[in-house]
Design a protein around this ligand. Structure first.
Ligand code: GLU
Length: 524
């Protein structure tokens, strides 16, 4: 501990007198009255205009833990990096959460939830630390810090402002005044009393009991440039006053836990529980090795990818849920639970090391999910998607909703035989494109049996039921000396351009007499 600063000097150092005392803040944001065991979690994105799947994964854990414990899930916007364009970047986050059905419930009393609007709160705590001699103003310039860094590197030491390198650690009031009179704005640094030789112990929900060296760096609490807090200081202040019980964040924050514990202890505040999630990995196509999903190389690292391609958001959640909660898939197959939301997520079971996010597995979840949808819901998803993200062709496909509905209704009525070839809303429209004349590509390669095609046209009657139609096909096949299956294949390829389709009779019913005749005639 060093000498605390006088109130006047604190006001000068911070560029204004603090608005609140510590007690006032404690009273303003009292501990919440929630049932025992309720988790209060928060998702705290820095709005960059891009949302990584890994961030979404953290948000999903936050939301699920709050939802299953009758707790609260909050959204805090970490917008203290004022260089960035914030508004549209925040919308990226808000839209993604809304599209995936992740609802946050920010209660006003504990706000505001934009860090840029919480300056008074951070400054009040900074003032408290300055007064207690637990923080100090530092006037090192960038050049001076660069020099320190070089020296440390040459000497093979850890870089940073600590111990003897923290020039202003014990700066006197007189010197502070001199700098201020000179027009300099200081950073506010932590007066660290940690010793890296000593270890700090804590329990991470995912990683178990862990020890880390104590922090001895006088890290920056308040930046000089805009007088806003650093991530570390904002985490301390916000997670305390928002009364967060569980901090879920990526493993890249693991290295800062010792510092965070040090700060919570210094304030005499209870420590939140930490859940440091592992990275989402994939198998690199070139090297065959497991590696992190990369923003630069993998389109699926971006949450927007799933929305733009029309992946069913519920299926993405189901798959991520299965990664998070081993055993969920089995429980679902056994019919013990309907969806991830009914399955209890145990924080201790969340994977601790990088696990694979495999697009092939996601496909399986998506196919299974779409197969459960009644046709009107399927149509609604496809239409909504096409309106927002679809191509001009997609928009033409959805123009006649009745026709689209009859197309998508094929092989959905028998629960035992629901087609499972739809993966995304986009791919669904592509899969059934042949139903629209402007998209239909006749198959000219196929060697059609002219007798079969002619025989079909002579006997085809749109109002025949399935058996009558099939008997006619068999008759035509017999006359032409081919197997019924081969005759049907001729018709299938002529009408759809493909050798593999759902039930041909249903397809013809939807295509209607005119299209059926035109398509067959094209090959005669
Ligand atoms: N703003 C940080 C991020 O987006 C938040 C980390 C945290 O959840 O504490 O990575």
């Amino acid at each position: 501990m060093r000498n605390g600063l006088s109130k006047d000097l604190i006001a000068r150092v911070l560029g204004g007198a603090p608005k609140y005392t510590l007690d006032e803040l404690e009273a303003k944001f009292p501990p919440r009255q929630l049932p025992d065991g309720a988790f209060v979690t928060r998702f705290a994105p820095s709005p960059t205009g891009y949302m990584h799947l890994g961030n979404f994964y953290s948000a999903l854990i936050d939301y699920k833990l709050a939802q299953q414990s009758d707790g609260l899930f909050l959204l805090r916007i970490e917008d203290t990096d004022t260089k960035r364009e914030i508004k549209s970047a925040v919308n990226v986050v808000l839209n993604a959460l809304a599209d995936f059905g992740i609802k946050y419930s920010n209660d006003e009393q504990y706000g505001p939830y934009y860090q840029s609007m919480r300056k008074d709160i951070y400054h009040s705590i900074a003032a408290y630390l300055l007064e207690k001699g637990l923080a100090y103003p530092c006037f090192l310039t960038q050049t001076e810090m660069d020099e320190i860094r070089e020296k440390q590197k040459l000497a093979g030491l850890a870089t940073g402002i600590y111990g003897e390198y923290a020039r202003d650690r014990d700066i006197s009031e007189e010197d502070i005044i001199k700098h201020l009179d000179n027009g300099e704005i200081p950073t506010i640094r932590l007066y660290s009393n940690g010793n890296p030789e000593t270890r700090i112990y804590f329990k991470d929900f995912v990683r178990g009991s862990i020890s880390l060296p104590e922090n001895n760096e006088d890290i920056v609490l308040i930046k000089s440039t805009d007088r806003l807090p650093t991530y570390h200081f904002a985490h301390l202040v916000d997670d305390h006053f928002m009364r967060i019980t569980h901090v879920v964040r990526g493993e890249e924050y693991f290295g800062t836990v010792a510092l965070h514990i040090q700060m919570f202890r210094m304030m005499g505040w209870p420590l939140p529980n930490y859940i440091h999630t592992a990275t989402l990995d994939k198998i690199d196509e070139e090297t065959g090795k497991q590696r992190k999903l990369s923003k630069r190389h993998d389109p699926e690292a971006n949450i927007a990818f799933f929305l733009e391609q029309g992946w069913p958001t519920d299926a993405v959640i189901e798959y991520l849920g299965n990664i998070l909660a081993p055993g969920y898939e089995e429980a679902k197959i056994k019919g013990q639970v309907k969806s991830f939301w009914d399955y209890e997520l145990r924080p201790k079971k969340i994977p601790a090391s990088g696990f694979l996010f495999d697009m092939k597995k996601l496909e399986w979840w998506a196919k299974e999910y779409i197969a459960t949808l009644p046709v009107d819901i399927l149509v609604k998803h496809v239409v909504d998607w096409a309106n927002e993200y679809g191509s001009e062709d997609n928009k033409r496909q959805i123009a006649d909703v009745d026709y689209l509905t009859s197309v998508l209704a094929i092989e959905r009525d028998n629960p035992k035989r629901i087609r499972k070839d739809f993966i995304t809303w986009q791919q669904t429209l592509t899969e059934v494109a042949y139903f629209w004349d402007f998209l239909f590509v006749p198959n000219k390669e196929y060697e059609y049996n002219q007798d079969v095609l002619n025989g079909f046209l002579e006997t085809w009657n749109e109002s025949d039921d399935k058996d009558t139609w099939w008997n006619k096909v068999v008759e035509v096949a017999n006359k032409c000396g081919v197997k019924p299956g081969e005759a049907a294949m001729n018709l299938r390829v002529a009408m759809t351009g493909r050798t593999n389709t759902p039930d041909l009779y249903s397809i013809m019913q939807v295509l209607g007499d005119k299209r059926v005749r035109e398509r067959v005639m094209q090959h005669i």
